[in-house]
Design a protein around this ligand. Structure first.
Ligand code: ADP
Length: 397
């Protein structure tokens, strides 16, 4: 192993711990050297890793008792083994919520961690896991600097009206505003557009991040001007287990009419709604597409309907549309869903090239389409590696 510079990127969730290792190439850019994960934390944990070419280089079933901290030990041991001669110069983390204050990546300090702990109520299912991974890395690799990249930062330049939640001043002053999420994914798309789709990079683009979590971002000249996710990651489009936008009166009724507890409502909104709630079958789009059950079809119908409706709203926010970009698990791999969303958005001037769409080709609209449509695989980890390198003085972001 050479003494090249390496950066480790960590994405810690409630049931998985994903990591990527980037090596600084002679050109100064960051190249993926390894990627791995511990999945199934709390149920049936397992470790797997691949090299930069995607070939398997590690695979292990783990003890059932492996919790989030033990998962990190597994990853750190594996990294120590494989990279013992390497110069790991930084660890970059994905953190879901940076609040109104953090509009850019930041170096970890006790004060930063304290500020971010205060945001846990705004992202209860993500923020605690993100932060405990940072603390756990600090204990195990005390001399390695850590950088945090936020899913909210990219949206901080939005116009005031896009960030506003129309409630009285004292509530807004307590932090109730639209923050937007999936920012690292959208930042990657904005960064990649000038190379992949230069004709629209400076124009009005909607990026559709359709994964387990789903959202749209309205990009004007590569800057976020609106996002369908708002105060929390519950708003906007229908998601795997979250409902997307719903009448706030429903939440009142869940408390006052049905008598659910706070915890029950939280579980309902974060884990039992969306595609899973409608279908009663699965939150996984592959399962729903393969099912002939009417409830599965209804879930897909709603997913498409909601996405197309919000594409209309985001087009209004942009004052028109030049391009539509699909990304993330569903956006990158489900031609059927893209086809249906594009068909429902034909009124905007989107005309699909069916063959290109079937092949997940970068450009999936016909040459005569007034608005072009694209598939661009997202790469949040690369953005984190670039930011981490830049903040630690190892290259530009
Ligand atoms: P996360 O938000 O957890 O990062 P992903 O971006 O990996 O999620 O997206 C997960 C979603 O992508 C799941 O609904 C999954 O069914 C869907 N997906 C992945 N591959 C395909 C495919 N080939 N066809 C349809 N859906 C797919």
């Amino acid at each position: 192993m050479s003494t090249d510079d390496y950066i480790v990127v960590v994405n810690a969730g409630s049931s998985s711990l994903k990591f990527s290792v980037y090596r600084k190439a002679d050109t100064g850019s960051w190249t993926l050297d390894a990627h791995g994960q511990v999945e199934g934390i709390g149920t049936t944990p397992s470790f797997s890793a691949t090299n930069g070419a995607g070939e398997p280089i590690g695979d292990d079933a783990l003890d059932r008792g492996t919790d989030a901290r033990a998962a990190l030990d597994v990853v750190v041991d594996w990294l120590r083994d494989r990279y013992h001669h390497a110069n790991v110069c930084g660890v970059g983390h994905r953190v879901v919520h940076g609040g109104a204050h953090y509009s850019a990546p930041t170096i970890v300090s006790p004060e930063v961690l304290q500020n971010l702990r205060a945001l846990i109520p705004l992202a209860p299912l993500h923020q605690p896991y993100n932060l405990s991974a940072i603390e756990a890395v600090a204990e195990r690799l005390p001399r390695v600097p850590q950088v945090i990249c936020f899913d909210t930062s990219f949206h901080r330049g939005q116009p005031l009206v896009a960030q506003l939640i129309p409630l009285p001043r004292e509530i807004r002053d307590a932090g109730v505003q639209r923050y937007g999420f999936h920012g690292l994914s959208y930042e990657y798309i904005a960064w990649a557009l000038p190379t992949i789709a230069p004709d629209i990079a400076g124009g009005r683009v909607i990026a559709a991040h359709l994964g387990n979590g789903t959202s749209l971002c309205a990009l004007k000249s590569g800057k976020s001007v609106d996002c369908t996710l708002g105060f929390t990651a519950l708003d906007g489009l229908c998601m795997g287990t979250r409902p997307g936008a719903l009448d706030p009166g429903v939440v009142l009724y869940l408390f006052q009419g049905i008598g659910l507890s706070v915890t029950e409502v939280e579980t309902l909104l974060y884990k039992r709604a969306g595609l899973l709630g409608i279908s009663g079958i699965s939150n996984d789009m592959r399962t729903l597409l393969a099912s002939s059950e009417p409830a599965a079809q209804l879930a897909i119908d709603y997913f498409v309907y909601r996405a197309a409706k919000e594409i209309g709203a985001m087009s209004a926010a942009l004052g028109g549309l030049d391009g539509l970009v699909f990304t993330a698990g569903i956006g990158e791999n489900a031609p059927e869903i893209r086809k249906r969303i594009c068909a429902a958005s034909a009124w905007l001037g989107i005309e699909l090239d069916e063959d290109a769409n079937a092949q997940n080709a970068p450009r999936i609209s016909s040459l005569t389409s007034a608005v072009s449509a694209w598939v661009i695989p997202t790469n949040e980890e690369l953005m984190i590696a670039r930011h981490t390198g830049a903040l630690l003085g190892l290259g530009s972001a």
